[in-house]
Design a protein around this ligand. Sequence first.
Ligand SMILES: NC(=O)c1ccc[n+]([C@@H]2O[C@H](COP(=O)([O-])OP(=O)(O)OC[C@H]3O[C@@H](n4cnc5c(N)ncnc54)[C@H](O)[C@@H]3O)[C@@H](O)[C@H]2O)c1
Length: 354
Amino acid sequence: MVELTTKRSRVLVTGNLGYIGSVLAPYFERAGHTVVGLDTGLFAGCDLGPPPSVVPTLAVDLRDVTVDDLRGFDAIVHLAALSNDPLGNLEPGLTWAINHAASITLAQRAKEAGVRRFLYASSCSVYGAAEDGATVDEDAPMRPTTPYAASKVRVEDDLHDLADSDFSPVYLRNATVFGVSPRLRADVVLNNLVGTAYLDREVRVLSDGSPWRPLVHVQDVAAAFLAALEAERDAIHDVAVNVGSDECNYRVRELAELAGEVTGCPVAILGEADPDARSYRVDFSRLGQVLPAFEARWTARAGAEELQAAYVAHGLTREQFATRLTRLARIDALLNDGLLDHSLRFVERPAIVA
Ligand SMILES: NC(=O)c1ccc[n+]([C@@H]2O[C@H](COP(=O)([O-])OP(=O)(O)OC[C@H]3O[C@@H](n4cnc5c(N)ncnc54)[C@H](O)[C@@H]3O)[C@@H](O)[C@H]2O)c1
């Protein structure tokens, strides 16, 4: 039997060419594991700075993965998805097809192929509209407010049904990610606030900024997944774990103030947009119990400083910020250019996946 804690593992990382994957895959390699990616490259060339260092990657749509693609792996890190709430609203049926149905088929085929561990990138957005001020832990009721978050809840449920002595899913519920990655996203809150400060010399919040939003740095996500890969099976088998840190529970307006302090820009809380129903303050104590090898290293302030420095160093442009670094706009552009069909499949295999 393969014992993950004592050996170098062979790991398939789906979505390795995205925001988290382009940090996580090389991080796992540096830790001595053999990493293969699987990604269709929706964000090929959407880089801030130099392109990511890319592991060998199967240019396969998640919906088309076969058992043979999955043979020989000890573990799968499953990141590939339409990865945020606005994208989930683009066409909710596609969110269900890609994020839910294809994830479960992937897990079933992985099981058939003899893969023993399945690290699922879930999200704290499963908590949705938590009671104001209440702190939710992994046993709290899940109240998803979007198709994206609802798909995460369903995948966790269905993976639970697949868990057995040969197959160990673990549900890593990431807080909202921040920080620099070669494939940085401008549509996550702190990256966005620091970006608007850099481009417009003002930090602007359209809503009243009251919702709670826990954060986690992209490198800390990679470290938590690595700890889950290397943990004893009993520690992680069929367990849900919030990934983040208690210190990084913020209201959006506090993040705006932080971005303003770091960039030296004024803050405008406009209160024009409808309040965001998603608000959750999260308890991260289980993470330390289940994965004692993990320690969050990044604060939001350090991340805001890192972001500001990266935007300056790479000369972030408005065009980049609003299109290539923003998921919904990027996918709209691929659709409008006829490169993706209505089911978000590439019409022809792109010449450059990475
Ligand atoms: N970024 C966050 O704040 C955050 C927070 C919580 C959870 N998560 C979860 O973490 C995972 C990774 O997030 P991310 O921010 O890196 O996302 P991302 O959008 O940056 O990257 C997703 C990657 O998946 C690939 N992909 C999408 N559909 C595919 C398909 N049908 N077949 C093959 N590849 C496909 C894309 O090409 C892309 O490279 C997602 O499951 C997301 O829901 C992210």
